[in-house]
Ligand binder design. Sequence first.
Ligand code: 13P
Length: 261
Amino acid sequence: MKTPLVVGNWKMHGSCAEARTLTGCIRQGTGALRTVEVALAPPFTALSTVATILKRGNLRLAAQNVHWEEAGAFTGEISPKMLRDLGCRYVIVGHSERRHLFHEDNRTIAKKIAALLRTELGPILCVGETLKERDKGTTVRVISRQVLSALKGLPKNGIGKITFAYEPVWAIGTGRNANPDQITHVHSRIREILKGLLGKAKATNCRILYGGSARPENAGELAGTPEVDGLLVGGASLRAEGFLKIIREFSRSWRGQSLEE
Ligand code: 13P
């Protein structure tokens, strides 16, 4: 049975001191929680600080980006091996801010995923359409292309280790989340692709998260949305109280549910 995953993506926010305080509060608030897996993705500068606090708890450490090479002359980049060395479990790849602001394309994203799998780190692959693409009716086509190109050439057991995150670009940081029907529609399409590649049982085990204006107020609804296996939370993960409420909503909604088909 898969456990839901809630990831806090802090983006480019916070000093080490702020990261220490926020992590401490989240750690305390999640205590012995076992029903939800929680991961924190601080900026690179705070990874080590957060790692120290998470060492003995249940919370996981995640990074927001990675380079695909193991080492070399790549000024400003961080390798998968370096992230593993710090204790990272997950790495976010293909976030829309990376795609749109830093021009990362599907080929680059595929290389990063392959490198993470080689290093035994769990990629969290973000996909999502722009508002223009949604309005044109091309959402499913865009998502399918993003998923398929990122998975190209990967072995089945590698694909099974990837967490998927549907983050519609128009919902990120806008306060306007996708509605349950829109989310289920896209998540089901991703699941169909995975079934085609991995077979039904393995595809069902893959987690597909939703991200985009997830907040304490809508977390209950999102947790109850079919095909949502967790959340990727941006702004609302920067306040411990709100983030903990999101986690609790997820825990409440999922407790006792059979997740097997
Ligand atoms: P917000 O939750 O701030 O909309 O950001 C979502 C996101 O980009 C998480 O990766």
